[in-house]
Design a protein around this ligand. Structure first.
Ligand code: FPP
Length: 252
């Protein structure tokens, strides 16, 4: 694996694409069950779908792609399935990091890293370090992530600043709290897609989703591809975004 190849720097200029797409990759288990396969096979095929979607995101001019890989609540699954998901993350970073870097992808991680095994933490750090300077597409991996936990952590940081006399409580507003979340430099998602027909956020980006357009797609994640992404973007483009005002803003 050569991580030294010079990364690509420019993406296509597609002004109709939403800048930031976030995806709840749901339905791996049901995809597998429908075929009489183990759930692990559904997750494995889910990683293949993820590779397709990262490639398609380049082609469609998306600047930020956030994926929900492992939620704070996924710890309640059987230990064997948790092991499968962690194994897939390990393999994804080990096998795909060089090509992501070559393609100009900057990897960012959100979620709680304390409590993860040491080698996973190292892989996550390595992915961020190697790709830090890339600019073509930012891939935000939500791993051991929960939105309530993220907001509580931000509140804790602010409380500490107040307790230590570094902050006046009157200075705390929505912008300040947003600035203490895991990736405050990344713009809010324009479009959130959830596959498999479920229609809820499940503790994903609840703060950042205030004005996101939500698109629910009936297919299971392992079947998701560029055409499905284009379909969701077309639905997004038909929405009228007003951000609480009266005047429609362009969709992207
Ligand atoms: C939901 O399907 C999906 C997940 C809990 C994990 C998503 C993970 C992947 C796509 C593969 C791992 C990706 C990386 C980068 C490691 P589900 O199991 O909830 O499906 P079900 O609702 O049909 O049971």
């Amino acid at each position: 694996m050569s991580n030294a190849a010079a990364p690509a720097t420019e993406g296509p200029d597609r002004s109709d694409a939403p800048a930031h797409v976030a995806i709840i990759m749901d339905g791996n288990g049901r995809w597998a069950a429908a075929r009489g396969l183990p759930r692990a096979e559904g997750h494995r095929r889910g990683v293949e779908a993820l590779r397709r979607v990262v490639r398609a995101s380049h082609e469609l001019g998306i600047r930020y792609l956030t994926i929900f890989s492992f939620s704070s609540e996924n710890w309640s699954r059987p230990a064997s399935e948790i092991g499968d998901l962690f194994g897939l993350l390990r393999r994804f970073i080990r096998n795909d990091l060089a090509s992501l870097h070559r393609d100009g992808v900057k990897v960012r991680i959100i979620g709680e890293r304390d409590g993860l095994e040491g080698d996973i933490r190292e892989l996550l750090n390595e992915a961020e370090e190697l790709t830090r300077g890339n600019t073509r597409l930012t891939l935000v991996v939500a791993f051991n992530y929960g939105s309530r936990q993220e907001i509580a952590k931000a509140a804790q940081k602010l409380a500490r600043e107040v307790a230590e006399g570094r902050r006046d409580p009157d200075t705390i507003d929505a912008e300040t709290l947003g600035g203490h979340l895991d990736a405050p430099d990344i713009p809010d998602p324009d479009l959130i897609i959830r596959t498999s027909g479920e229609q809820r956020l499940s503790n994903f980006l609840m703060w950042q989703a205030a004005y996101s357009e939500l698109v629910f797609v009936p297919i299971h994640w392992p079947d998701f591809d560029k055409a499905a992404l284009e379909g969701a973007i077309a639905e997004f483009a038909r929405r009228e975004r007003r951000f609480g005002g009266l005047v429609a803003k362009t969709a992207s």
